[in-house]
Design a protein. Structure first.
Ligand SMILES: Cc1cc2nc3c(=O)[nH]c(=O)nc-3n(C[C@H](O)[C@H](O)[C@H](O)COP(=O)(O)OP(=O)(O)OC[C@H]3O[C@@H](n4cnc5c(N)ncnc54)[C@H](O)[C@@H]3O)c2cc1C
Length: 412
């Protein structure tokens, strides 16, 4: 029994736990620390976010990425030195050990309402309860696979999130579909791991971000006024998105959706350009329209500016992103799922991140359509987690409730 249960031990879940504990509010956190970073992102990847924008927030900013890097002797700069994912995972783990040492590594497999709160079913069958639950699962359950690539076995077609290790593809021909950072990262790492790679991009060009340039004091100051630097890229719009997610929440719904979908489109990190361009074949402006198994390989029909063409490969990796969809959250009971109000499958959230089910909260990327594009990044925790912890602390003390086992309908 606990006051608040947090499902997920990634940057958002850990940060919320640290803030709640800083306020003396009891909470339990479930899940394996930084698991999505460990097993669902390619080994060797570099973070696209700058060092200063990759902090996991604690109440006193005592364990920033900079401080962690200093104590471990790791190269660090606020910007200009990309952060290796392995450093970020080690940082998240150190953060957990310091602020959430009692993390319960069991995964949640069921969540349902009970008479006085929520019943949470763990992977070993134990049921724990709390009056309030925060879902902090990142994009774990939301991998998007285009219909043309669906229905194949995993030894032929996979989503980018299915891969941590890429060396299993050494000596094989792999087609990577996509043009965002996930696609360019995976393609480059496959190539460097001895696979024969081809990148198939729907966009007319594969884009990369520009590095921050030091142009001298005067030019830097002028540029900063014109295009201020933020944790998600330069520009006054980004200042608004990063500083004021709770004002963003007040925008009309269609505008919020348009902004979240249209902001920071697919583009690789600046440091990846030289590892991609000229290293392996890239086809742009092509869209897979059909795929089939042919002689033990995947044949992919592509529609493009010069008509149809077919490419074959041993394996296809769809780096086709994520779509927030409450129905895809595996541990939600049917009952709860039906009660969560959604717009275009994304949860409708109050200004306090609460769903239409009282006591059930959502943080992180799944809250982006409410609070803006910054929620797609670790940086979004800085402006959204402290106010949420404040809100939860105000309602604390209602106590935990015991839940009869029969109250729990199993999740999918
Ligand atoms: C390839 C890739 C690269 C990215 N690069 C960057 C970047 O450079 N910078 C940046 O800011 N953002 C980046 N992101 C976005 C990044 O995922 C988020 O910013 C950040 O991880 C969100 O933190 P989170 O805590 O919400 O989710 P996550 O980090 O995904 O953590 C969620 C946690 O919940 C756990 N969980 C899931 N289901 C359950 C369950 N049933 N029971 C218990 N636990 C569960 C998972 O195991 C995981 O540990 C990237 C995303 C991808 C896919």
């Amino acid at each position: 029994m606990s006051e608040i249960i947090i499902i997920g031990a990634g940057p958002y879940g850990l940060s919320l736990a640290a803030h709640l504990r800083g306020r003396g509010v009891g909470c339990r956190v479930f899940g394996r620390v930084m698991e999505n970073w460990r097993s669902k992102m390619p080994h060797g990847m570099l973070l696209k976010s700058d060092g200063f924008a990759s902090n996991i927030e604690d109440p006193g900013s005592a364990l920033t990425l900079k401080e962690f890097s200093r104590t471990r002797g790791l190269a660090y700069a606020d910007d200009g030195i990309p952060v290796p994912a392995e450093n970020f995972i080690a940082y998240g783990t150190a953060f957990q050990q310091r602020f959430v040492p009692d993390l319960d590594r069991r995964m949640v497999i069921g969540l349902d309402r009970s008479s006085d709160g929520f019943a949470v079913k763990l992977e070993d069958g134990e049921i724990v309860s709390a009056p309030r639950v925060v879902i902090a699962i990142g994009v774990s359950d939301f991998a998007y696979m285009p219909p043309e690539l669906s229905g194949f076995s995993r030894d032929r077609v996979t989503h980018a999130s299915h891969h941590g290790q890429l060396d299993v593809f050494r000596g094989r021909e792999v087609a990577v579909v996509g043009s965002g950072s996930s696609a360019t990262d995976i393609a480059a790492l496959l190539h460097e791991n001895g696979a024969s790679v081809r990148l198939l991009a729907r966009r007319s060009e594969v884009r990369f971000h520009s590095p921050t340039e030091d142009r001298g004091l005067v030019s830097n100051t002028i540029e900063q006024l014109r295009n201020p630097k933020t944790g998600i890229g330069p520009g006054w719009r980004h200042v608004f998105y990063t500083k004021a997610p709770h004002l963003f929440w007040h925008l009309p719904e269609d505008k919020r959706f348009r902004i979240v979908r249209g902001t920071l489109g697919p583009a690789g990190g600046w440091f990846m350009r030289d590892r991609v361009i000229g290293r392996f074949p890239i086809a742009t402006g092509v869209t897979p329209c059909h795929a089939e198994l042919r002689d033990g390989r995947i044949a992919l029909d592509l529609a493009g500016p010069s008509g149809k063409q077919t490419v074959t490969a041993d394996h296809v990796i769809a780096a086709t992103g994520y779509r927030i969809d409450v129905n895809a959250i595996r541990f939600l009971s049917e009952n709860l799922r039906a009660q969560i109000k959604v717009v275009e499958q994304a949860p409708v959230l109050s200004r306090q991140s609460e769903t239409s089910v009282p006591g059930l909260y959502v943080v992180g990327p799944a809250a982006a359509f409410s609070f803006g594009p910054v929620l797609r990044f670790v940086y979004g925790a800085k402006s959204t987690i402290p106010p949420l912890a404040r809100h939860l602390a105000r309602g604390a003390g209602r106590g935990a409730v015991a839940v009869p086992r029969t109250a729990l309908a199993p999740g999918r």
